[in-house]
Design a protein around this ligand. Structure first.
Ligand SMILES: *Cc1c(COP(=O)(O)O)cnc(C)c1O
Length: 483
């Protein structure tokens, strides 16, 4: 047996690269990422998948190692040639992201050092760093020190944690589910409704509250709806407000909703996945006033904090509710509480996850290495770019813009002199996608196909917006006059 073990030990060597090999591989990876990043400016921001870019060849694992250069070649050919480049400045669709390089370095450090961030005693420094990041996020949205939270992989998981917390706090289970009312608008993000389904709450009563001409929840309609539900013997329970909707960037009237939630004793959840980061700049903070009066809130640092994908956050104003909803122990964890005592913060007590990476580094490192001022400047820049685009486009013949943007999303459509308006706008966005200089997306509002331009990538600047106006104008004209 020992001989076999020794033989296996030889076979295992490649799993434990020495320092020389590590450096060599890292240099190769950096060469690849630099090439990728260097080329971004020239590349079409969208390329449809073609036969050639699909997967065959990727899965032919050999028993022997492959050369890094060959693997990089596969990545270039098979992974990199199609799809969207979401952190390009010319990506103006959905919600763009930033992909700060410092954040990628944070991920690299988290993985290379592999500290265990789920429980405090395993990496107290890492756990405290995350706890402090949560406190910082809580402070910027206006939550008190009693708040708790969790760094998640994204907004959808943050929504799930918030909905489970609201459910546990409200005792919404069994027979009560069918009688409990949730208030939302047509602009509420579907991931929250999905989270409710996952949390066993699909049978709640969902009441759609009317919106104003800026697509914001109407507080008077909310109040009327709650009163009617009470009269009909239903149990109003949860208000889903949005601080920056994905479709239009609308901010629901936070103060008014908070007043209603307080007097009616309802749980007020704010989806600030897209809009929350704007509290970092003065103008954004003014527009978002009142979000700190909610009971729970979600943020998506992989949007407005410009991080690469993989960062969301849930915050709960009274941290005890989050703790009550998620604290759990396995018997084999008995040593843990001996090691760390009761007063410390462990991520697993606030999260569905146990084992997790040191996720905070991807947020902390950029904030430290870059400083806050550039974030504040970038966010104000995005707000102004959207306003600028809205003003400029409203002066171009044929274009009809939607409401003045609350944040950094502008909705609009082109109204041709003749013909079907929706079909025209579909053609317009298809032409833009094929052209590849800018990338926009569409939505449907009140039954109409609407184009939207979302400004949030770090690399979107004034010249990008000028380009977008030029490309939109010339493309619309060429469809209108040449078909
Ligand atoms: C992006 C977004 C979400 C969903 O977050 P993911 O990180 O994509 O899971 C929820 N709400 C709003 C307003 C969003 O913009």
């Amino acid at each position: 047996m020992k001989d076999r073990i020794r033989e296996l030990r030889e076979g295992v060597r490649p799993l434990e690269p020495d320092a020389h090999r590590r450096r060599e591989q890292l240099a190769g990876v950096v060469r690849y990422t630099e090439d990728y990043l260097d080329g971004l400016d020239e590349r079409p921001v969208f390329r449809p998948a073609t036969e050639e870019t699909t997967l065959p060849g990727v899965l032919d694992f050999a028993e022997e190692p492959s050369e890094l250069s060959d693997v990089v070649d596969i990545m270039r050919k098979r992974l990199d040639r199609s799809g969207t480049i979401n952190s390009s400045g010319r990506f103006l669709a959905y919600i763009p992201s930033g992909a700060l390089y410092e954040s990628a370095l944070g991920d690299f450090i988290a993985s290379a050092t592999n500290r265990y961030a789920g429980v405090n005693f395993a990496a107290p420094g890492v756990a405290d760093l995350e706890h402090n990041l949560i406190r910082w996020l809580a402070s910027i949205v206006g939550y008190p020190d009693s708040a708790a939270g969790d760094l998640t992989s994204g907004g959808s998981i943050a929504a799930l944690s918030a909905m489970v917390t609201a459910r546990e706090h409200g005792g919404v289970s069994g027979e009560r589910i069918k009688n409990s009312v949730v208030y939302l608008t047509p602009q509420t993000h579907h991931c929250i409704v999905k989270a409710m389904r996952i949390a066993g709450l699909a049978d709640c009563v969902f009441h759609t509250v009317a919106v104003d001409d800026g697509y914001r929840m109407r507080a008077d309609d909310l109040a009327a709806s709650i009163a009617a539900d009470r009269k009909n013997g239903r149990q109003p329970w949860l208000i889903l407000g949005t601080a920056g909707t994905t479709d239009t960037g609308a901010i629901d009237p936070m103060e008014d909703i908070a007043d209603i939630a307080r007097s009616e004793e309802l749980w007020f959840h704010v989806d600030a996945a897209y809009g929350g980061a704007f509290v970092l700049c003065d103008e954004g903070r003014r527009r978002l006033r009142g979000i700190g009066r909610s009971d729970s809130l979600m943020l998506d640092p992989h949007k407005g904090f410009f991080l690469p994908f993989g960062s969301g956050a849930v915050l709960v104003r009274n941290g005890k509710h989050l703790h009550d909803a998620f604290r759990a122990r396995g018997i084999y964890m008995r040593d843990l509480d001996n090691h760390q005592g009761d007063h410390v913060h462990s991520a697993c007590d606030h999260s569905p996850e146990l084992t997790r990476p040191a996720r905070g580094l991807r947020l902390w490192l950029p904030l430290k290495l870059i400083g806050l001022a550039p974030f504040r400047a970038a966010l104000e820049e995005k707000l102004l770019l959207a306003r600028y685009f809205w003003e400029r486009l409203s002066q171009v013949d044929g274009f009809r813009v939607g409401p003045k943007p609350d944040l950094s999303i502008v909705t609009f459509r082109y109204v041709p002199k003749t013909g079907d308006v929706d079909a025209f706008n579909q053609k317009l966005v298809d032409r833009l996608s094929a052209d590849g200089r800018i990338f926009l997306s569409t939505t449907v509002i009140d039954g109409h196909l609407i184009l939207r331009l979302a400004v949030l990538a770090v690399a979107t600047h004034l010249d990008t917006i000028e380009l977008a106006i030029d490309v939109l104008t010339s493309t619309a004209r060429s469809i209108e006059y040449d078909g």
